[in-house]
Ligand binder design. Structure first.
Ligand code: SF4
Ligand code: SF4
Length: 389
């Protein structure tokens, strides 16, 4: 082990065959010293998968049940029996999302209960840089240790959703929407995420990223499933996300949680501070992975200040494909603003959403929650020419 470096294990895994995933994950964790390095038999251990919304496992929106089961087996074989799981979905109930994603069946088989993620408490975090108070789910507060089971995906706001972002589900219910409204741009939202991880860090022990099937394009819920055939494991969520970024030819500094994560001493994203173990990263390099390879827009548009109309012509925005839209209204429901920036309207015997871009804070909750993948995030032509040239 090289001194002062974060270690990330890259472990190729061809498929979701149960035994293969178990063997690969166990080998990866053993390279970091074994599961006993991170949790003990006395710990009440929370497995925190990504349960964004109710989707079948093959759509690569949620953590795959094979990864969830492999982690349970590894823990139980090491004598760690006080296990539970849970997440606060972006849409739908935790139980409903877990059922659809295939996790309930595995949890029932191994007698792993789901903890309460619909209620919680407000906690103070005086060390927070941008947020000093969080609404944390009861299930998280009741646990001693968290093993974060993230999914390898793109994200409209933060470029990727990975090991750092996965902890957003530790905030219960509608409080997640409020955070979007309070931290509307990618930079402040990312600082909030880093604060949340810093608050949780005494409990956060290990981060696993399920990249056997990843999601590219219109993530984190409506993108395309793509085989990356890899599991990433680390006790540093920033280093893990930076490794994912490198694999897909995305400059790691374009992911704001990487930059702030290192600045705020959550972890390391600089290449010279990360030691890679396991399989060579080149084997998984995917330069064509469909992800936004641009810096966070606020960096380049912040100088526009009060010229909000000009800003509207430059920065990325959510756009509806009316052919795909079924008029369900979930996008309007998901908008965290008191004065909604998206409203359902009835026109020509059809119901579809209309945007008020002057109000829109570009949190992309509507894009994330649309069940039909009808909303995507697009850069206006002028923005492409001027801001991202
Ligand atoms: S959530 Fe999607 S499908 Fe539903 S109304 Fe909005 S755009 Fe249409
Ligand atoms: S319209 Fe969509 S992107 Fe804009 S503020 Fe509402 S949810 Fe966020």
């Amino acid at each position: 082990m090289e001194d002062n470096k974060s270690r990330v294990v890259i472990m190729g895994c061809e498929s979701y065959d149960d035994n293969l995933v178990y063997e690969k994950l166990k080998t990866a964790i053993d390279l970091l010293g074994g599961i006993e390095t991170f949790v003990s038999k006395a710990d009440k251990i929370l497995l925190k998968p990504n349960l964004l919304r109710a989707k079948k496992p093959e759509l690569a929106t949620t953590t795959h049940p094979a990864v969830f089961e492999a982690m349970i087996r590894i823990l139980k074989e090491a004598g760690m029996s006080d296990l539970a799981y849970g997440d606060s979905p972006g849409f739908g109930s935790p139980a409903g999302v877990a059922r659809e994603s295939g996790l309930t069946e595995i949890a029932d088989k191994h007698k792993v209960p789901m903890l309460d993620f619909t209620h919680g408490q407000t906690v103070d975090f005086y060390l927070g840089l941008v947020k000093k108070r969080f609404e944390i789910a009861t299930g998280v507060l009741e646990s001693d240790a968290i093993i974060s089971l993230a999914k390898m995906k793109t994200h409209g706001l933060t470029r990727i959703t990975g090991a750092v972002k996965n902890q957003f589900g530790c905030v219960y219910g509608l409080n997640k929407g409020t955070s979007h409204a309070c931290y509307p741009d990618p930079l402040s939202f990312s600082k909030m995420l880093v604060d949340l991880n810093r608050y949780l860090s005494p409990k956060l022990r290990l981060f696993i990223m399920d990249g056997i099937m990843a999601m590219e394009g219109n993530g984190p819920a409506s993108g395309k499933a793509v085989p990356m055939k890899v599991l990433l494991v680390s006790d540093d969520p920033v280093a893990l996300d930076a490794t994912f970024a490198r694999m897909i030819n995305l400059e790691p500094s374009f992911v704001p949680t990487n930059v702030f994560g290192e600045e705020m001493e959550l972890g390391n994203y600089s290449f010279d501070r990360i030691e890679l173990l396991g399989d060579p990263i080149d084997q998984f390099f995917n330069a064509d992975f469909d992800v936004v390879r641009e810096p966070a827009e606020e960096k380049k548009t912040s100088g526009l200040g009060s010229l909000s109309s000009l800003r509207g012509l430059l920065v990325r925005k959510p756009v509806v494909d009316k052919d795909k839209c079924i008029g369900c209204g979930i996008c309007e429901e998901s908008c965290p603003l008191e004065k909604k920036a998206i409203k359902m309207v009835d026109r020509k015997r059809r119901r579809y959403p209309l945007y008020y871009y002057n109000r829109c804070i570009r949190c992309y909750c509507c894009q994330e929650m649309c069940p039909e993948g009808a909303i995507s995030v697009k850069t206006p032509l002028l923005g492409k020419l001027i801001v991202y040239k």
